[in-house]
Design a protein around this ligand. Structure first.
Ligand SMILES: C[S@@+](CC[C@H](N)C(=O)[O-])C[C@H]1O[C@@H](n2cnc3c(N)ncnc32)[C@H](O)[C@@H]1O
Length: 589
């Protein structure tokens, strides 16, 4: 028996794909974003138009018009949630409204006379569990009057949600990704959640689980993006029976090399965050991939960054994953195609349910309905084979040799960066006053050395005054290696620092002097390097009293950071730089 499925908030169809692999027939996808519907249509042989799930809030008619299916699945977007969840619609956040609009459809399809619904599921981010109820009555779903027409009371329970499911990690079900999600639902006949069977774990164990697939295993199994070959044979690391030839492996053979300014920023955010834990840079390949986010980012903590196979230093030394790599790390088969630009494809993929997770749920439903399970080797991918010709293939056989159009920032973009954290404090160079704040148009007109004292999100921010700078200078100039440090600081940093305007300009345009020495990101890295290379024990402390600061015990390296960054701020002389023509190359702006 082939069971039919409607996929609400279908996106590119990760949820659908797991069910397809388990022999279910996807008959409709609902999404209000065109690239999602186009992608879902292409991969599942459908012809749907964009539509809005909120339309099902309005009338029962619209729900009745939807074809009845045995299965309903849905993964509402993780847009805003808020604690306010009272009865009136106006009080609900969009996230809660979308969940309830979906549950309303499920409730009607479950309780309508002659219902054929056998199972339903809802998937969302873990935090969404805080915003769903243990159960929903017909009244809660605005179905009070309708309930009476089918012989029920408006206060009767229509659906159990919060405890009918739990948190699940995709890697436990064979996905090469550690994505965690809240999933709930039921087998209608029993009211029980179709518990998926764990197949993988961190280490081999008594349950005969396979060991997690790691990021490195997947990456090494795939061809390098620089093998711009058209006649290779590419075996899918997730589905070994699926083999593609040459350019039919789309969205993979192109250069995703990053500008140095981008990867350096990501590196700093990962290894040197003021209050969050240290992360690997580049990615740790010995574990499943971290969660692929919906937004393609190159310079944040969330960015997934690999060392490039193409040997370059600085610009291009590191790269982002290709679209095919992230699709494979989600568990999409090699011949699954995505519409749109690189950014759109990334969003479609990062939004999806991992197909392995979805297939495990589909298998559990088959088991609970007494249907045979479809083994992986029996899964058929041929229906997807010709689709590569219908999408914009990102493959492009040119290596980036010139990195001459770095991503620009907004005019007035804020800057705050510290060379390291130690002793419960950071010393940062900023282009905004942390106490008075500054509006974006004034950022960059003034730069500050700021002490951030404390941990977590609660801290004191103290701009270093000229007097405080001079007090610290007296102390650091007595350090044994001060002369040497001072010379290195002059050579590497202070002689190359531009005026405040120049600093802002170089930062916004992501350019700088040769080797970007005048770029504030590079300046802070150089400060970090000089201090961390000092010979004296860097965590040694000094007990001193500084004007306006309660703390009296300072790591020597922090005092050096105060001295260096204040020096940058207080010796900043606009005329010096302009006279020496130390400003960036206008040709690349
Ligand atoms: C988490 S994603 C779904 C991912 C999908 N299940 C998959 O596995 O690929 C949420 C989707 O909801 C869609 N969406 C957001 N608001 C919507 C609305 N009001 N009506 C229909 N779709 C909506 C978004 O365009 C997005 O594709």
């Amino acid at each position: 028996m082939t069971l039919e499925v409607i996929d609400f908030f279908c996106g590119s169809g990760g949820f659908s794909e797991g069910f397809r692999q388990q022999g279910f027939k996807i008959i409709k996808g609902i999404d209000n974003w065109n690239p999602a519907i186009q992608t879902h249509n292409l991969n599942h042989g459908l012809d749907d138009r964009v539509s809005d799930v909120l339309d099902f809030e309005k009338s029962i008619d619209s729900i009745n018009k939807l074809k009845n299916t045995e299965i309903i699945i849905g993964s509402p977007p993780c847009v805003t949630f808020s604690m306010s969840n009272r009865a009136g619609k106006a009080d609900k956040s969009l996230g809660v409204r979308l969940i309830e609009a979906y549950l309303r459809v499920v409730a009607v399809k479950k309780h309508q006379p002659k219902s054929i619904l056998k199972a339903w599921l809802m998937e969302n981010v873990p935090n969404s569990r805080n915003f769903v109820r243990e159960f929903y009555t017909f009244d809660d779903l605005d179905l009070g009057d309708w309930a009476k027409t089918i012989g029920k009371e408006s206060g009767d329970i229509a659906l159990r949600v919060k405890n009918n499911g739990g948190f699940f990690i995709a890697a436990d079900y064979g996905s090469p990704q550690s994505r965690e999600r809240f999933i709930c639902g039921e087998i209608v006949r029993t009211g029980d959640f179709p518990e998926p069977q764990i197949t993988h774990s961190k280490k081999s164990d008594i349950f005969n689980h396979q060991v997690y697939k790691t990021l490195g295993e997947i990456k090494r199994f795939m061809p390098s993006p620089f093998e711009f070959l058209i006649d290779g044979e590419w075996k899918d690391p997730n589905y070994p029976g699926l083999i593609l030839i040459g350019n039919t492996l789309t969205d993979h053979f192109y250069d995703t090399g990053l500008y140095q300014v981008e990867w350096e920023k990501a590196k700093f955010a990962k290894v040197n965050h003021p209050y969050m834990g240290k992360m690997s840079f580049p990615e740790d390949e010995n574990k499943p991939s971290r969660t692929i986010m919906a937004t393609r980012s190159a310079s944040t903590r969330e960015a997934i960054i690999f060392k490039s196979e193409y040997s370059r230093n600085g610009d291009g030394e590191y790269r982002l994953p290709t679209i095919r790599e992230i699709a494979t790390l989600m568990g999409f088969p090699y011949n699954y195609q995505f519409f749109g630009s690189e950014g759109t494809k990334w969003r479609l993929i990062g939004n999806a349910v991992c197909p392995h997770m979805s297939a495990a749920l589909a298998k559990a439903i088959r088991r609970d309905l007494g249907l045979g399970v479809i083994e992986e080797k029996e899964v058929d991918f041929t229906s997807l084979n010709e689709n590569h010709e219908k999408v914009n293939n990102l493959n492009s056989p040119t290596k980036k040799t010139q990195f001459n159009a770095p991503p620009k920032k907004n005019i007035g973009a804020k800057f705050r960066m510290h060379p390291f954290k130690s002793g419960n404090m950071t010393v940062a160079l900023t282009n905004f006053d942390p106490i008075n704040g500054s509006n974006p148009h004034t950022n960059g007109k003034n730069w500050f050395c700021v002490l951030y004292l404390g941990s977590g999100k609660i801290y004191d921010a103290i701009p270093v005054s000229k007097t405080l700078f001079r007090d610290v200078e007296k102390i650091v100039s007595s350090f044994s290696e001060f002369e040497q440090i001072k010379n290195e600081f002059s050579d590497k940093i202070i002689n190359n620092v531009g005026s405040f305007d120049d600093l802002q300009y170089v930062f916004e345009k992501n350019v700088g002097e040769i080797d970007r020495v005048g770029n504030p990101v590079k300046i802070i890295e150089n400060v970090s390097e000089i201090i961390n290379n000092c010979l004296f024990k860097i965590d040694e402390t000094c007990t001193i009293r500084l004007d306006g600061i309660k703390k009296t015990n300072f790591h020597k390296k922090q005092l050096l950071a105060i001295w260096m960054i204040s020096q940058i701020v207080y010796s900043n002389n606009p005329s010096r730089i302009k006279n020496n023509k130390k400003i960036v190359q206008p040709s690349i702006i």
